[in-house]
Design a protein around this ligand. Structure first.
Ligand code: PRX
Length: 685
């Protein structure tokens, strides 16, 4: 793709061969912005030598600094074991506990400091401030409950399907305390999606909440647990216990009935564990901490397995030096803990550093686009972290709102999708009031933490560009033939990381072959090699590197659609559509959207004799919501007379993508059925 796509990017609108990377936003080189002097004066990292210290020839020794940010029950014997590529092991021989690193070790100094500010969506509900001591007590009690009521022990997996409430990190940290592997499923995902993940991870306990607020409504969430148990059973997997937290302790807020012997109200069980303490399990550094499912090219979502020692060291280091978190900071990442951003940069990173982390239950624009700024003002938030989608929405609905509030950010992060320079500039000038350093952090569920970003106290910022690799990370862009594309070549290619790093996933849960295949096979020259240099990690994103070494991420090169910064597999959406009996073929394509970056358009062809109707389209849309969740709801379902196909019968998604994006589908004369293109154009809105 490299040369061709670069040509397309520089000259014309991306056209015929539309892939995610190619229809990603394209823009010109931008001018630099300097981080404010006051920021640099207090920054955790201003020494440019860090890049020399962490040069590739010093790998892996420099990752010692990362490990040293943690407290170890037993120090590691070896920083890195690369003897079974690409199944790297970090801090080998070391033992530690993630919950005691995020809580217990702070008690001496920060016992009465707020660990978590929980902000309910209803503005008239008081904000809850949990101190480190309170977090300690609640995590211990819940850990005791998990151990004694559920019989959970180190190595077991537990699925969490929790909304954005303080009980979510409490549950995660309680699992971590026992060495239990948590797998949190985004609360917006359907019961079926939860079931798929619970059965893949073989979780016999599901932890959920009865209800939560979103967009002004108290949503019933317990019903999804009922669906999850039923759907998992169809898959031959039994969920024995459902633990239900009450959004309002003492009051059950769901119309869904509790099932005797299966469902237990956490708040009713907890008094039995009052005052209980659980010794943190001294876990091996390379034991798994959690699974996080994410969409890939084929099949069901895959469980990315993250380790305790490597992962925690990596998120602690990047939180300290890229997000510049100091213990006295009030830090707010507006992502959802159901995604990797929330795991790494709401829970584990900030709490490992004893910061105060804000958890907001609801929609950023509810009840109006001034809400985030009121929260920031109220809590004195000084570090803010969000996605381009949220920034676009806040700008559209309330461009003048930030100026009305007296908060002051020293640092802001953007993550999840490419940010248009124009949106970046608004973020900088209006949200940051021209006084905040910004980092555009590029990374993935698989990578545990940031890969590319400027170091805020060292580098200048360039709107729309993530920046160079963070210290210790050595990216490279390769073309399809494996040739490296140098900085300033103007060519786009596949961005890879040359070296292993402690935050990278250990494997795909129960699928090591897919792990090797998907991330390492493409550019590994010798599958027998024991040398890590032969195993670059392929991220699956297209990117270009400017002369100054900054990377600009263009978007996915595979069948993944990034909707509002969240990954959805085209195959998952298409499989959902195929569950509707009338549908015979389905193809999903990404469409550029002003707010969400990308949204899916779903094309379906019906079985012979079936008539297109609004009803069928609605059924297809509903199937997607049931199977995956509202986040995957198609912008439109287009019922086509036939799919555009190659002579060998392959659906030409690029033609559909061009039509959906109002672009010229290019030369279609080689299709088996070129006449269908005009017919489809006539139907698409
Ligand atoms: O395409 C890249 C995009 O999001 C993908 C990873 O998605 P996920 O695993 O859900 O993790 C999101 C949060 C880390 C990447 O492959 N992406 C992520 N950050 C950026 C980005 N694209 C451009 N710029 C970014 N800063």
């Amino acid at each position: 793709m490299a040369e061709q796509s670069a040509r397309r990017q520089s000259k014309e609108q991306p056209g015929a061969e539309v892939s995610e990377a190619q229809i990603a936003v394209h823009w010109q080189e931008e001018k630099y912005y300097s981080p404010p002097k006051e920021f640099i004066a207090q920054a955790n990292l201003t020494d440019k030598n860090v890049f020399k210290r962490m040069s590739l020839d010093k790998f892996p020794g420099y990752f010692k600094e990362f490990g040293e940010l943690l407290d170890w029950d037993k120090k590691w014997d070896k920083i890195f074991d690369g003897s079974k590529p690409p199944f790297w092991r970090w801090f080998v021989g070391g033992r530690l506990n993630a919950s005691s690193n995020c809580i217990d070790r702070h008690l001496a100094m920060h016992k009465n400091k707020t660990a978590i500010h929980f902000v309910p969506e209803p503005e008239n509900e008081p904000i809850q401030h949990l101190t480190y001591q309170e977090l300690y007590v609640r995590v211990n009690e819940f850990a005791a409950l998990l151990r004694d009521s559920c019989g959970l022990k180190a190595g077991d997996r537990v699925t969490l399907h929790m909304p954005m409430v303080a009980e979510l990190p409490i549950a995660m940290l309680a699992c971590a305390r026992l060495g239990v592997v948590h797998s949190q499923v985004f609360s917006g995902f359907s019961g079926k999606a939860c079931a798929d993940r619970a059965s893949d991870s073989e979780s016999h306990v599901l932890i959920t909440m009865d209800a939560y607020h979103r967009g002004g409504k108290l949503l019933d969430h317990k019903e999804k647990a009922d669906t999850a148990v039923a759907e998992a059973a169809k898959d031959g997997h039994k969920i024995d216990k459902v633990l239900v937290w009450q959004r309002y302790p003492g009051r059950y807020s769901s119309p869904a009935k509790l099932v005797d012997g299966r469902d237990f109200v956490v708040n009713e069980l907890l008094p039995k564990y009052r005052g209980k303490r659980v010794e943190p399990a001294q876990m091996a550094a390379d034991a798994p901490l959690f699974l996080m499912y994410t969409s890939g090219t084929t099949g069901r979502p895959k469980g990315c397995q993250h380790s305790i020692g490597g992962y925690l060291a990596y998120v602690a280091w990047t939180s300290k030096y890229i997000q510049d978190i100091h213990p006295e900071d009030v830090y707010w990442c507006m992502a959802d803990i159901g995604w990797i951003t929330g795991h790494s940069y709401i829970v584990y990173g900030p709490l490992a550093l004893a910061a105060s982390s804000v958890i907001y239950e609801g929609l950023p624009t509810y009840p109006d686009a001034g809400r985030p700024w009121r929260i920031a003002q109220e809590l004195d938030v000084n570090i803010f972290h969000t996605s381009p989608t949220a920034i676009r929405a806040l700008r559209k609905e309330g461009a003048d709102e930030p100026a009305k509030y007296g908060y002051r950010f020293k640092h802001m992060t953007t993550v999840g999708e490419p940010i248009e320079p124009e949106v970046w500039k608004w973020y900088h000038a209006v949200v940051g009031k021209g006084r905040a350093a910004i980092v555009d952090t590029w990374w993935q569920t698989e990578t545990g933490g940031f890969l590319c970003s400027t170091v805020p106290g060292i580098h200048k910022m360039k709107p729309g560009s993530a920046g160079p690799g963070v210290p210790g990370i050595h990216p490279a862009i390769y073309d399809d033939e494996g040739k490296e594309l140098k900085a300033g070549s103007g060519k786009a290619g596949n961005i890879c990381i040359r070296n292993p790093w402690p935050g990278v996933m250990q494997t795909i849960w129960k699928n090591p072959d897919r792990f090797v295949q998907q991330y390492y096979a493409r550019y590994c020259k010798d599958r027998k090699s024991k040398d890590w240099r032969d195993w670059p990690y392929m991220a699956g994103d297209g990117a270009v590197q400017a002369k100054d070494g900054y990377y600009r991420i263009l978007g996915r090169i595979d069948d993944v659609i990034n909707v509002a910064g969240h990954r959805l597999g085209t195959k998952e959406i298409e499989s959902a559509a195929l569950l509707v009996p009338e549908v015979v073929e389905a193809a999903v394509v990404p469409v550029a959207d002003q707010i969400k970056g990308k949204v899916p358009d779903l094309y379906v062809a019906l079985k012979p004799g079936m008539k297109p109707s609004d009803d069928v389209a609605k059924k297809v849309s509903a199937a997607v919501v049931t199977e995956i969740g509202a986040i995957a709801r198609p912008r439109q379902v287009v019922i086509v007379p036939d799919m555009p196909k190659t002579r060998s019968g392959k659906i030409m998604r690029r033609v559909l993508a061009a039509i959906s994006n109002g672009q010229d589908p290019g030369d279609v004369s080689t299709l088996a059925n070129p006449e269908v293109v005009d017919a489809i154009r006539g139907i698409v809105k």
